[in-house]
Design a protein around this ligand. Structure first.
Ligand code: SF4
Ligand code: SF4
Length: 327
C-alpha cells in the first residue's frame, strides 16, 4: 500500500459525503480508516465505525497523492473483530442460506444455454425485479440472446465491503464454473461489473457500455436529472457519466446535468444494511438537490441508487426502464 505518501492536505476529508453529513459524526473519516489506522498495530481500535463509509471513492479521487484509500479501508474491514452489525449479519445469513444477500423474488429465469449471461445482481433479483425484466427485454430487442441463471450467485462485492473476505472468496469459487459457460457477461449493477473485472478477471460489460451507439427512443416527457453511480464513474470509468447522458439525450430524454449528480446516494458499501439512518440522510440531501432543480425525476444505472433514492419520494428510473429500441 502507499499510505506513506499522505501529505495531510485534508482533501479527502472535504470530499467525504459521510464525514460532511451530520449523521456521519461517528465516522473517523478516510484519513484515519484508509491511511493512518492500517499502519498502526492497534488498528482494530477504530472498531465498527470503520464501516460507516459507502466506498464511494470520492476521497481517493480528491487525493493529490493518489493513495489507494478505499483498498486500504477494505483491508482494514477484513481485519475487524467483534460482533457484526445486525444488517450485515442478516446479509451473511442470507448468503449461507441461498447464496444472495437478499431473498430472491425474480422468476423470469432464462436458462437455455445462450453464450451471453445477463447478471442482474442480488438487488436486481430480490428488490427491483422490474428493473431486471426491463434490462432483459432491452437486451432481447437489441438482438442479444442471453441467459439469466439462477446458478449465478452474489458476486461477493457486498461481502468484501463488510469485511467478509472468506465468504466472498467462497462465492467467487462457486460462481467461476457458472461464468465459464459464457463468452460474454452483461450486468446492470456497476458494483457487480467492478467486482467481476477486478476480482474474477472477467471483462464484464455494464449495460450502458452495451447501449452506446444503439438507436434508442423514450416515452419520457419533461426534464430528468441524472444520478451518476459512484461505482460507474469512479469505479469503471470517468467517461461513463457522459456516456449515460449521451445515451439518454440521443434517445430523446431531456437530460439536466448538475454538479452534484455524481455525489454518493448513500446506498453502497454496506451502508444501507449497516447504517440505514446515514444511507437515508445522504439520499435526502440528493433529493433536496433534485427537487430544487424541479425535474420530473432521476435516471440512474445502478440498483443500489434506485433502491436508496427511491425511498425518498421522487421518481427514480434505471436506464433500462427509461429507454427502448427504436421501432
Ligand atoms: S469512500 Fe466515500 S464515504 Fe468512504 S471515506 Fe471515501 S469519500 Fe468517505
Ligand atoms: S487527500 Fe490524500 S494526501 Fe491529502 S490527507 Fe487525504 S490521504 Fe492524505
Amino acid at each position: 500500500m502507499n499510505e506513506g505518501r499522505c501529505v495531510k492536505c485534508g482533501s479527502c476529508l472535504r470530499a467525504c459525503p459521510v464525514l460532511n453529513d451530520p449523521s456521519g459524526a461517528q465516522f473517523p473519516g478516510p484519513r484515519t480508516t484508509g491511511v493512518d489506522a492500517p499502519r498502526f498495530l492497534e488498528k482494530g481500535s477504530v472498531g465498527q465505525n470503520a464501516l460507516r463509509c459507502t466506498m464511494c471513492h470520492a476521497c481517493e479521487w480528491a487525493c493529490p497523492s493518489s493513495i489507494s484509500i478505499t483498498r486500504s479501508m477494505l483491508e482494514l474491514r477484513s481485519e475487524l473483530t467483534g460482533e457484526r452489525l445486525p444488517g450485515h449479519r442478516r446479509m451473511l445469513e442470507n448468503i449461507a442460506a441461498f447464496g444472495r444477500t437478499v431473498s430472491t423474488e425474480f422468476s423470469g429465469w432464462r436458462e437455455s444455454g445462450e453464450r451471453t449471461l445477463y447478471f442482474p445482481g442480488c438487488i436486481g433479483l430480490g428488490r427491483l425485479t422490474g428493473l431486471t425484466a426491463s434490462v432483459s427485454a432491452l437486451l432481447t430487442s437489441l438482438g442479444i440472446a442471453h441467459d439469466i441463471s439462477r446458478e449465478a450467485l452474489c458476486c461477493g462485492s457486498p461481502l468484501l465491503k463488510i469485511g467478509a473476505r472468506g465468504e466472498a472468496e467462497d462465492l467467487r469459487r462457486r460462481n467461476a464454473e457458472v461464468f465459464s459457460r459464457y463468452d460474454r457477461v452483461i450486468t446492470s449493477c456497476p458494483g457487480c461489473t467492478y467486482q467481476l473485472r477486478e476480482v474474477y478477471g472477467i471483462e464484464a460489460e455494464h449495460i450502458i457500455e452495451v447501449l452506446k451507439g444503439s438507436d434508442l427512443c423514450t416515452k419520457l416527457e419533461g426534464r430528468w436529472a441524472l444520478q451518476v453511480p459512484c461505482h460507474l464513474k469512479r469505479g469503471l470509468s470517468p467517461w461513463t457519466a457522459d456516456d449515460l447522458a449521451a445515451i439518454l439525450g440521443k434517445a430523446g430524454v431531456d437530460v439536466v446535468r448538475m454538479p452534484g449528480e455524481d455525489a454518493c446516494c448513500g446506498g453502497g458499501g454496506g451502508m444501507l444494511s449497516g447504517f440505514p439512518g446515514t444511507a437515508s440522510s445522504l439520499a435526502r440531501n440528493k433529493m433536496e438537490m433534485y427537487r430544487k432543480a424541479d425535474v420530473e425525476g432521476v435516471i440512474t444505472a445502478c440498483p443500489f441508487c434506485s433502491l436508496n433514492l427511491g425511498r425518498e419520494g421522487i421518481r427514480v428510473l434505471d436506464i433500462g426502464e427509461a429507454i427502448a429500441l427504436k421501432d
